[in-house]
Write a protein that binds this ligand. Structure first.
Ligand code: SF4
Length: 415
């Protein structure tokens, strides 16, 4: 019998080799190949979201009608989230934002956005995960800990697997380097090549490496000797195919990417080096790509009739902080747990709609909650992997829940 593989949407690695095995005797389904995080995701949330209007149980039709009323009555609603939504749902959300003069933003606004933007604008060279598996001989994990955030990253793509040009695998054919402020689990695996830097010293260290590559003696204000930096620069420049996986530690410490652009430029004069964001939510990049295709921006957009505006003032943080919005539609996200409390608390003052498979802190204060199917588990869809490759997501199990794309379509129709 031909084996059927599914895709795990537990993180933006979108592992495509997941098998479901029915164990008839025990009457259960075993999930093969997924990591512990993926299994937990596929088994679904402990507390499914209920369909409610004003905290009372409601039918999906009534909840959709009320959501449409809220968005119709709002002057400038905020649409936020979508990192865990299918491409089709994201498309619908952008359409809805245009129709309702909304601000639209996603989590990339306060995480990997600058890197995705630089890749889409071609100011940073990136590559695919398959290229990493087949070609990469120098891999740098900078400010990230994939052993915990993307548990199959090292085994499936970056370090351990054999690739077309890396037949001897990690022991002889690949060098993995960790640059971080703490000795993470990934740093323990790459112990011989762990460079500990102080918090907020990323830009300084990037600058020192760039100096080392241009033949100068690199100096830093923390206790790392020039010899150590020169040795690292030497490993990087001798790579045949190198990649830096950039985590939140790097992004938060270095919001201005220009030092990294300079380092990559210096490296690419000598070798072939790439940067890839360690995207968390499985389809954050999908939203960025779709919005970029339509507006030239990846997030923080305001639609006002035919006009499109963009800027930091339209980020979810600023829109809520400055109380610029009079209603919110939150899709597959939990701003009450991810944004500063004083800012997210402003959601309590405006009508809020939540579409999500699971209960969240935000759903508990929402006026309307609509349960959605988990894409890739309870419904099918498409998504864009952390490396920009589009992946088809199959349905794993039957569900009577609506897909988020269908919920948004019905809200649009009711407006
Ligand atoms: Fe799922 Fe991510 Fe684990 Fe792969 S690494 S199985 S995509 S959670």
């Amino acid at each position: 019998m031909e084996r059927e593989y599914h895709v795990c949407t537990g993180c933006a690695l979108l592992c495509d080799d997941i098998e479901l095995r029915e164990e008839e005797e025990e009457n259960k389904t075993t999930i093969d190949s997924a990591c512990r995080k993926g299994v937990a995701w596929i088994k679904n949330c402990q507390q499914p979201l209920e369909c409610t209007v004003d905290a009372k149980n409601a039918t999906p039709q009534d909840a959709i009608k009320r959501a449409a009323e809220i968005l119709t009555n709002a002057k400038n609603p905020l649409i936020f989230g979508m990192g865990n939504s299918s491409l089709k749902a994201q498309e619908k959300a952008i359409e809805l934002a245009k129709k309702t003069n909304a601000f639209i933003d996603d989590t990339s606004s306060f995480c990997q956005g600058p890197i995705v933007e630089a890749i889409l604008n071609d100011t940073i060279k990136s590559c695919t995960l398959d290229e990493v598996r087949n070609k990469a001989d120098v891999i740098v994990f900078w400010g990230c800990d994939p052993s915990n955030s993307h548990p199959r990253h090292l085994s499936k793509y970056s370090y351990f697997p054999r690739g077309k040009m890396r037949q001897r695998g990690w022991e002889e054919d690949r060098t993995a380097i960790v640059i971080d402020v703490r000795k993470s689990d990934t740093a323990i695996i790459c112990e011989d090549n762990f460079y500990r830097i102080p918090p907020k010293a990323d830009a300084e260290f990037v600058g020192a490496l760039t100096e080392a590559l241009s033949g100068k003696v690199p100096k830093v204000t923390f206790g790392m000797k020039p010899k150590e930096i020169l040795e690292l620069a030497n490993v990087l420049k001798k790579a045949e195919f190198g990649v830096i996986f950039a985590g939140l530690g790097l992004v938060y410490s270095m919001p201005d990417l220009s030092p990294m652009e300079n380092l990559l430029e210096a490296l690419n004069k000598k070798t072939d080096f790439h940067l890839m964001p360690m995207v968390g939510q499985y389809n954050m990049r999908g939203f960025n790509h779709l919005l970029f295709d339509q507006t030239g921006f990846i997030n923080r957009v305001s639609f006002e009739g035919e006009n499109t505006d963009h800027g930091p003032q339209y980020s979810v943080v600023e829109v809520l902080k400055e109380k610029r919005t009079d209603a919110a539609l939150i899709i597959g996200s939990d701003p009450l747990s991810s944004l500063p409390g004083s800012i997210a608390a402003n959601l309590k003052e405006i009508p809020t709609i939540v579409i999500d498979p699971c209960k969240t802190f935000t759903s508990q204060i929402a006026n309307v909650t609509i349960p959605a199917a988990v894409t890739g588990v309870e419904c099918k869809g498409e998504a864009i992997r952390m490396d920009g490759v589009e992946i088809e997501l199959k349905q794993m199990e039957k569900s009577d829940k609506m897909a988020d794309a269908d919920i948004l379509k019905k809200i649009m129709e009711a407006i």
